[in-house]
Ligand binder design. Structure first.
Ligand code: PMP
Length: 411
């Protein structure tokens, strides 16, 4: 087994994640369910603890000391996110509960402002359900049509097909940066440019990209981008919607309540300025503050280093899995990130998952909230091992041994 040649000190990084010392069924945990959610470094846990134990109060509009500290810390995360994704201003950073919530916000609010009967929304055949269903609902509400760029056998889409399917009727092209089920990395900059040429807006679902690939929204020139805190080593219930200021300004509020208003009268209410117009009610304050810590942690390691390391691990894992008899890998695009989706001939993915679990190896089985992908391949689901920068080649070897064992037991 060759040593990893990229510059991460993975053993030191692993020390930052207390959960990696857990025993599962008396075996050391091998955590390969990172596409579902990533584990949290101690510094993120400490941030939440510290906030609740010595800084906690509700934020915004409080004159007292603790409220002001909380507000500063919360708004600091907005600044961190703005710099992290290269946005123009903090007004373009909306705090949400996660990617799903960000997309639903848009599907409600953007559609109210921009979607008319007869219009079209374009998505791709590899979208997560959370980038399908909100648009189906929006199309039903507004008399619009949802169109889908078809998937290809290797798990990619054909860019010529995108050009064919976009028309002057397309109001929005919404697509994932990285497929959670197949690992495909889409050519998002090119897809954005094609959509803009046709006059459509662009939403990038970055739920599976933000933790693996350095992103600059101004360079991509996307109109909107969504991601979840829990996939980038931060807390659940936190997330981001980035939007170009002029577009966010043109959109009505999503939820009504405290914080999103300027002036409330029974007859009429005026709304707060961006980003608060879209942030009704008391948010996940501690989680959002800790999301800032998580992003700083990732930045310290460096996304380019992370990408290079994970790419090497993915290549190694792919080579090893390909040597297992009767194993098929789903998702073979040349541009791929961190996901090994596979099936063993004649074995149900669930059974493989249970056997691996007894060996302490956590993978995910099923449709991964991408049923249309499974329908395309005519399969019920896959086994998915997904990689983070704390994983190692030794863990890949344990996975391979585990799959071989499952194969012997099941076939
Ligand atoms: N899009 C993609 C590509 C995803 O992988 C996920 C999470 N699996 C989501 C959207 C939804 O994210 P969340 O559940 O955090 O809202």
């Amino acid at each position: 087994m060759g040593a990893i040649t990229t510059g991460l000190n993975v053993q030191a990084i692993r020390e930052d994640f207390p959960i990696l010392k857990t025993l599962v069924h008396n075996k050391p945990l091998v955590y390969f369910d990172n596409a579902a959610s990533t584990q949290k470094p101690k510094i993120v846990l400490d941030t939440e603890y510290h906030y609740y134990s010595s800084q906690y109060a509700n934020i915004h509009r409080g004159v007292h000391y603790l409220s002001q500290i909380g507000t500063e810390l919360y708004e600091k995360t907005r600044h961190i996110v703005k710099d992290f994704i290269g946005a123009n201003s903090e007004r373009e950073i909306i705090f949400t509960k996660g990617t799903t919530n960000s997309i639903n916000l848009l599907a409600y609010s953007w559609s109210s402002a921009f979607l008319k009967p007869g219009d079209e929304i374009l998505i791709t055949g590899m979208e997560h359900h959370s980038n399908i269903v909100p648009w189906q609902l929006a199309c039903q509400r507004h008399g619009a049509t949802l169109k889908v760029v078809p998937l290809q056998e290797d798990g990619s889409i054909n860019i010529d097909e995108v050009k064919n399917m976009i028309s002057e009727k397309t109001r929005l092209f919404s697509f994932t940066y990285v497929s959670n089920a197949l690992g495909t990395i889409n050519p998002v900059k090119e897809m954005t440019a094609i959509a803009h040429q046709a006059g459509a807006h662009v939403l990038i679902d970055a739920a599976q990209a933000i933790q693996h690939i350095a992103i600059n929204v101004q360079e991509l020139n996307c109109d909107f981008l969504a991601f979840s805190g829990h996939k980038i080593y931060g807390p659940t219930g936190t997330g981001i919607l980035y939007g170009k200021e002029a577009l966010l300004d043109a959109m009505p509020p999503f939820e009504g309540g405290g914080d999103m208003i300027k002036d409330v009268k029974f007859e009429q209410t005026s709304f707060n300025e961006l980003p608060f117009k879209f942030e009704a009610g008391t948010p996940n304050i501690a989680g959002t503050i800790a999301l800032g810590t998580a992003i700083e942690y990732v930045e310290k390691i460096g996304l380019d280093n992370i990408f290079a390391y994970e790419e090497e691990l993915l290549k190694y894992g792919t080579e090893q899995l390909q040597q297992i008899n009767g194993l098929t890998i789903y998702g073979n695009s040349i541009h791929k990130s961190s996901v090994l989706s596979f099936l063993l001939d004649g074995a149900h993915p669930y059974d493989v998952g249970v056997i691996l679990d007894h060996l302490g190896i956590a993978i995910r089985t099923g449709h991964h909230c991408t049923q249309p992908i499974m329908d395309y391949f005519c399969i019920p689901g896959t086994c998915r091992a997904s990689i983070a920068f704390y994983n190692t080649k030794e863990e890949i070897d344990l996975l391979v041994t585990g799959i071989q064992r499952a194969s012997k037991m099941l076939l």
